[in-house]
Design a protein around this ligand. Structure first.
Ligand code: PLP
Length: 380
């Protein structure tokens, strides 16, 4: 492996940050890789493969229907295109020109976040309701009564944020106007039944990223109402050359290997021993703590680095190192930079006087290397 990376002039990176697209997403298991190899031997028709894998995902989360997509960002984009174009292929072909369609997608102003941009890529006009401080029901009613709205985007991780209307309230209003609500539940994958809870709470479409459950970095799915999932198929990539319309989603195509990996990884995730997974993180944290114990100026704490990038107490998945620069003669930022410059490169979470070593995708050997390199850089 290192010869390949050497050949490409690429440095190996020890990922102590967790699951980040720029660092490669997740580590695929042997089982997932075996499934990818297996499907490499056989050609299959992607239409039926997408239908059957979708059926399995839908059953799993008690949704009417589902479809694998190349990630949750693609799920938002395809879901939006589906809500705009419906099952009319000619509309799909016309996107991002939304002439003749209802051009608006609503979002509560305090819900604005990085991935809402995928909505605009379809040609839809993302329309903010309320102010940064909050959004009210009457603002939804006013916007929806104008009959030019195709969808409402609701990011699951911001549900319940101060000043916002809850998913239940938004669904209740949206139903009065028959406007679908798409929930971005990209990282809401644990406890394992969480994605299905958004369906149960009334979401019309829910999208999830497989990067967060051990699947491909460029994988995920969208599930929900059958007519809308069918509309997603209608705007997605299959039958581009052989069909009658040049579908919008052609650049969001997928390999059969990835499609299979999305479901095999999900199956593994649903059946995994998550208590053992957390126990493994705790052990790794304890090992690193033991390795760094006694270095003057370092405060070592077991913490949970959350999906929304905060340090909490539990469940433990990270070692938080607070650096007392007066003693170490090195700031946390400089230590983190220096670790990044090592070979292999060590990527850590750094903020202020703290460095987080997140165990989620590290193996035991990598944890040892991190301990050694921290000692080396600090001359300890
Ligand atoms: C990572 C992420 C996405 C994008 O998911 P991809 O599968 O990488 O496209 C969307 N929303 C949130 C909240 C995310 O964290």
């Amino acid at each position: 492996m290192s010869t390949l990376l050497d050949h490409l002039n690429i440095k190996r990176t020890i990922n102590a940050c967790g699951i980040y697209t720029d660092l490669g997403g997740s580590r695929l298991s042997d089982g997932v890789l075996a499934a990818m190899l297996s499907v490499n031997r056989d050609f299959v028709q992607l239409g039926p493969l997408l239908d059957e894998t979708g059926r399995w995902i839908a059953q799993t989360f008690h949704a009417d229907a589902a479809r694998i997509t190349p990630g949750a960002a693609a799920g938002i984009m395809l879901g939006t295109a589906a809500c705009l174009a419906g099952s009319d292929g000619h509309y799909s072909e016309r996107l991002p020109d939304v002439t003749g369609m209802k051009p608006k997608v609503l979002i509560q102003a305090p819900h604005r976040y990085k991935y809402d941009r995928q909505v605009s890529l379809t040609g839809a006009a993302l329309t903010c309701l309320g102010t940064e401080n909050g959004t009210r029901a009457d603002q939804f009613h006013e916007a929806l009564s104008k009959q030019d709205v195709s969808m409402i985007l609701h990011p699951a991780h911001l549900d319940g944020k101060a000043g916002t209307l809850s998913l239940e309230t938004v669904v209740e209003i949206a139903r009065q106007y028959q406007i679908p609500v798409l929930v971005d539940a990209a990282y809401m994958v644990y406890p394992v039944d969480t994605p299905g809870t958004y369906i149960a709470r009334g979401a019309d479409l829910v999208t999830v990223s497989s990067k967060y459950y051990g699947g491909p970095n460029a994988g995920g799915f969208i599930m929900g109402r059958r007519d809308l999932v069918e509309a997603v198929s209608n705007v997605h990539f299959t039958a581009y050359e052989s069909g009658t319309v040049l579908k919008f989603g052609r650049p969001l195509k997928m390999d059969r290997h990835t499609i299979v990996a999305v479901v095999v990884a999900l199956d593994e995730w649903l059946n995994a021993d998550h208590e053992a997974r957390h126990e493994d993180y705790r052990k790794k944290v304890e090992h690193l703590k033991a390795q760094l114990n006694g270095i003057p100026g370092l405060l070592l704490e077991s913490k949970c680095f959350t999906m929304d990038e905060r340090f909490e107490d539990a469940p433990v998945n990270a070692l938080l190192i607070t650096v007392d620069e007066a003693i170490t003669k090195r700031s946390a930022a400089s230590l983190s930079d220096e670790l990044f410059e090592q070979t292999p490169c060590i990527a850590t979470i750094q903020e202020g006087d703290r460095i987080g070593v997140v165990m989620e995708v590290l193996n035991d050997d990598e944890v040892v290397v991190i301990g050694e390199q921290i000692r080396h850089v600090l001359g300890a």
